[in-house]
Design a protein around this ligand. Structure first.
Ligand code: ZN
Length: 645
């Protein structure tokens, strides 16, 4: 931790520390003077230390709305039921620092350290542009004799990524997250190097104010420091009641990914400074403030094996099988390794402990190895042939990192391809999932997608777990899928580089599969949102003899190859949509694409100008706002109907 190279995730550290606290409460005789619970922050390990004029506390954490409510109850009780306002601020995942200004001039910057003494990082903080070296003069008002502001030094996600990218190139150890990178940057002895790290600073409170104008509330402070030339976080909110606090926490938990920096929760403070004083502090934390932590996005786990999967385009993707672990609110048991170079870069092997990260909907990834396995498991070897069919593999283009199985009739490619063809965003054949597809292929009845349309009831009845009703339903679903618009068919065909959006653009532009087939690469390249790579992929697809045969069979089966005129228009043009909560069967990106493809617009916050709020499972504060403003709310099934119309 002191070297900013932790071997477990923060949430695991927090959980262990909590457990230790409980144990120490239960068995006081076992308390150790050097227990980590006696420390607020990290040990100072640089020569120059600074004694804080006023102790820098750390905050107590809460992990659920219930725990947060319990804190509120303690506050209300502590104030004997007096009315209380709160300020909710995003908890920036950075490094706490205290900045001292004497008569308006920046003279000292220190980290929190153990709360009583910190490290002198003045020289490094001077390089941070959002740290004013002089306060702004307001009229004729004199500067406070001493002003010590406190806040968070942090690094933007973009700068963090660039820093790690360049460290990868030079073979330096990667930082696990922006906070570690910030901490490491603040400790550099050469401030010129710090300057290149583009650190940022948000003020959130003050420690000392001598000889300045009196400040009565936290909110007043946040407003005033802006006039002094500081940045305070623009998302902060004054909450008249606790409902607002809850809504703020919920809303930001949902949209934390939209920020350009990492936040790990919300800090809630009692607004009135006199009330703060009355509430006071425990040994470790103030009673008037608390942190509400979002579910952790990083966790550590053990790699059980590295497997190679074959995708529908034949690309080989290594995947790490993991000991199941909770991360970002869900249990994770595998993580993608992207390609074979990535394995080499991470130096990962079966048996290693790794740090994982999962942000939003994104597939979990391995950040780094934190502990190499001590046992001698054979290192991972790049396969020489396709693990599914034993066929030849090759890099598709020179310089490309991906390997691809070259066998056009590779069973695994057909399997993944058919599952995609039948998937919801494509031909939407209900009941044609992985289980049915694997069996149909094993029976040898399907050699291309069109064969699906020639399946008979008696064949389906031979499949495992298929009875009259299930077989009948699947046949009905197959029949129904013949009427899907062209865009879905084009997407379902699984042409390289042609996703849902591109398929929709092509279907609208050309109207029929025949016209798309005849289109020259130049014509396609010239369409906005399309490009040379896509145009090439389409040309290559239609050149294949197997494609010509496939299209002939699809037409013979009666599959629609035309984009309905209504869909070629922009049915949702000018309509503004807001999404909240989880939509069954769709990721947020997919749902948003469905709207934009139809000319609609997706906006992030609800206003009177919003036309529709699509509310999925556990909708956030946007739902309440839509109700309040009388904006039309759509259930997931109503949204689906609208899209299909
Ligand atoms: Zn293969």
């Amino acid at each position: 931790y002191n070297l900013a190279q932790p071997t477990i995730s923060d949430s695991e550290y927090d959980a262990l520390l909590r457990r230790l606290l409980l144990l120490e409460e239960q068995f006081p005789e076992l308390k150790d003077l050097n227990s980590p619970t006696r420390r607020v922050g990290i040990k100072v390990n640089a020569a120059a230390t600074v004694t804080h004029r006023v102790k820098m506390y750390s905050l107590d954490n809460t992990y659920s709305p219930d725990e947060l409510s319990e804190w509120r109850d303690r506050v209300v009780k502590g104030l004997a039921g007096e009315a209380v306002e709160f300020v909710a601020e995003l908890k920036i995942d950075g490094v706490s620092a205290a900045l001292t200004y004497e008569n308006g001039v920046f003279v000292l910057g220190a980290t929190r350290g153990d709360g009583l003494t910190g490290e002198d990082v003045t020289h490094n903080l001077r390089t941070v542009r959002s740290v004013p070296l002089k306060l702004r003069k307001i009229g004729n008002k004199p500067f406070p004799r001493i002003l010590e502001v406190r806040g968070e030094v942090y690094m933007n996600l973009k700068d963090f990524k660039e820093l790690n990218d360049s460290r990868r190139e030079t073979g330096d150890v990667l930082f696990a997250n922006p906070r570690n990178a910030t901490s490491g940057s603040l400790k550099l002895l050469d401030a010129r190097l710090t300057a290149r790290r583009h650190l940022q600073f948000f003020v959130h409170s003050f420690g000392v104010l001598e000889g300045g104008e009196e400040i009565r509330t936290q909110w007043e402070f946040l407003e005033k420091v802006k006039a002094d030339g500081f940045r305070s976080n623009p998302e902060s909110r004054l909450c008249k009641d606790f409902e607002d606090v809850m809504k703020f926490c919920q809303a930001w938990q949902e949209k934390r990914n939209t920020l350009s920096y990492e936040v790990d929760g919300v800090v809630v403070k009692v607004n009135d400074l006199r009330q703060q004083e009355r509430l006071g502090a425990t040994l470790k934390s103030p009673r008037w403030a608390v942190a509400y932590k979002f579910p952790a996005r990083q966790a550590t786990s053990k790699v059980l094996a590295i497997e190679v999967q074959v995708g529908r385009t034949g690309v080989l993707t290594p995947v790490a099988r993991l000991e199941p672990v909770l991360c970002g609110g869900v249990t994770i048991s595998s993580a993608t390794l992207h390609n074979f170079d990535e394995i080499k870069r991470l130096g990962v092997n079966a048996g290693d402990r790794v740090l994982l990260e999962r942000a939003g909907d994104v597939i979990p990834k391995i950040v780094k190895v934190v502990e190499q396995s001590r046992s001698t498991i054979a290192p991972f070897v790049v396969p020489k042939t396709c693990p599914a069919c034993g066929g030849e593999i090759a890099k598709v283009k020179a310089g490309e990192v991906a390997y691809r199985c070259l066998n056009a009739s590779c069973p695994k490619q057909m399997e993944r391809g058919l599952i995609h063809f039948a998937s919801r965003g494509a031909m939407d054949i209900e009941g044609m999932g992985e289980q049915a597809v694997t069996q149909l292929l094993a029976k040898g009845w399907i050699h291309d997608f069109a064969d699906v349309y020639f399946l008979k009831q008696d064949q389906l009845l031979q499949l495992e777990l298929f009875k009259e009703k299930k077989a009948g339903n699947l046949l009905k679903a197959i029949e129904k899928s013949k009427t899907r618009p062209l865009a879905r068919l084009v997407y379902g065909l699984g042409i390289n580089n042609i996703g849902q959006k591109a398929a929709s653009v092509l279907a609208r532009r050309f109207g029929t599969l025949d016209d798309l087939e005849k289109a020259s690469p130049e014509t396609i390249d010239a369409i906005p949102d399309m490009g040379e790579v896509m145009a090439d992929s389409i040309a290559r697809f239609f050149r294949q003899p197997t494609t010509k045969k496939l299209i002939g069979k699809l037409k013979k089966a009666g599959v629609n190859t035309v984009e309905p005129a209504a869909r070629r228009g922009q049915a949702l043009a000018g309509k503004k949509f807001v999404f909240t909560g989880e939509l069954p069967g769709w990721t947020r990106d997919e749902a948003e694409a469905l709207v934009t493809q139809r000319g609609g617009e997706v906006v992030s916050s609800v206003s009177k100008k919003t036309d529709f709020v699509v509310a999925g499972h556990e909708p956030g504060s946007k739902y309440a706002k839509a109700l309040a403003l009388g904006v039309k709310i759509l259930k997931p099934e109503e949204f689906e109907d609208m899209i299909h119309e």
